[in-house]
Design a protein around this ligand. Structure first.
Ligand code: SF4
Length: 355
């Protein structure tokens, strides 16, 4: 016998079990939008303090649009995936200039803004404006795959999931609540490992549960192993100050500040790579004093070992095409740096900055 899921039983569970999250106390589309951007690829517990700080600093979309990118990147520092932040900044300016500060509630228009994908558009429009549209994230895909016994998340099966949700978004159902209920059930109960089927309000209709091993749904796609890179970087000293430069906005981690350096090429020694990189970037040959430290860091698509060297400026002065600055240790907090640079700062603070 085919048993149907009803929106009501999902919503009843949600109203009784949902987490009290700061962005669930508002219908302000700006606050919902920024929370959704922060939550991409990032865990809830990491996002909440960033979200609260962000809203304290930028209470309105206008305040974001008017801010300098250095200021917004500093606030985003540590959250990662900085492109999200720069895209949101760009989008905020477009909304101010083109839409008189009103966040568009039309799917096509909202989706055309930088950094707004299908999921973000669905989440923001359904939660903030009550648009009857689905918002399918990884949690929802997993939940619906298990409920429907879907093993492979093919294009066709994703469409089936989308249509199943569409069939739930009917009548007087509040679409934002239903979307959040599905996400919450996936995040809290139908978790990737050891799903809590005994606490699940939908176990009576769940095909994966009936089949005995819900973890097998959906089949996980094996990701290729991440490449590992050796990277060299220089702390170039001029008296008590060291040199930092700003990454171009087109690069990964664009807009952040960093020590100069780059990838070690095949067959190159670390020192030779450092000299080559600094000559290319700063048009200057560094005087290498000694190795400071090496740290490991993992990004989404690759990992690095970063070898850091103390260097001195020679007579020929540094020139760089990118913005640069000479700062002292106490100025570090005024700039936003990638996490890998912070690992070096932490090491230096514990072990001493001096050569
Ligand atoms: S019964 Fe288990 S597998 Fe099925 S939806 Fe609920 S938590 Fe997920």
């Amino acid at each position: 016998m085919q048993v149907k899921i009803t929106s009501k039983e999902i919503l009843n569970w949600y109203y009784g079990n949902k987490r009290e999250l700061p962005f669930r106390f508002t219908k302000d589309p700006y606050k919902i939008w920024i929370s959704e951007i922060m939550l991409q690829q990032t865990q809830m517990k990491t996002v909440i303090p960033f979200y609260n700080r962000w809203i304290d600093t930028f209470p309105t979309l206008k305040s974001v649009a008017m801010a300098k990118s250095d200021k917004i990147l500093k606030l985003w520092e540590g959250l990662g995936y900085y492109r999200r932040c720069l895209n949101f900044h760009k989008a905020s300016k477009i909304v101010m200039e083109k839409y008189h500060g009103r966040i568009p509630n039309d799917y096509k228009i909202f989706r055309s803004l930088p950094g707004v994908g299908e999921y973000t558009a669905g989440a923001v429009l359904s939660i903030a404006f009550g648009v009857q549209i689905s918002a399918i994230d990884g949690n929802v895909n997993r939940l619906l795959s298990r409920l429907n016994g879907i093993k492979n998340l093919t294009k066709r099966n994703r469409l089936i999931i989308k249509n199943k949700i569409k069939s739930l978004l009917i009548g007087d159902i509040v679409p934002g609540d239903l979307n959040q209920a599905l996400m919450e059930l996936g995040a809290l109960v139908c978790i990737p490992k050891n799903p809590l089927c005994y606490d699940c309000p939908l176990s009576h209709v769940c095909k994966a549960y009936r089949n005995g091993n819900p973890e097998l749904y959906p089949i996980k796609i094996k990701r290729p192993s991440k490449p590992h890179l050796e990277v060299v970087t220089a702390i170039i000293w001029r008296k008590q100050k060291f040199y930092i430069q700003k990454r171009s906005k087109k690069q990964m981690l664009g807009g952040l500040w960093e020590f100069p350096g780059g990838k070690v090429e095949k067959g190159e020694t670390l020192e030779n790579a450092l000299v080559r990189e600094i000559e290319e970037e700063c048009l200057f040959t560094p005087d290498i004093i000694k190795r400071a430290t090496s740290i490991n860091h993992t990004y989404s698509h690759f990992s690095i070992t970063m070898h850091c060297y103390h260097c001195k400026e020679k007579k020929k002065k540094i020139t760089s095409q990118n913005p640069f600055n000479w700062i002292s240790v106490k100025d570090i907090d005024k700039y936003s740096f990638p996490k890998a640079n912070h690992k070096i700062f932490n090491f230096m603070s514990k072990n001493g900055w001096h050569i």
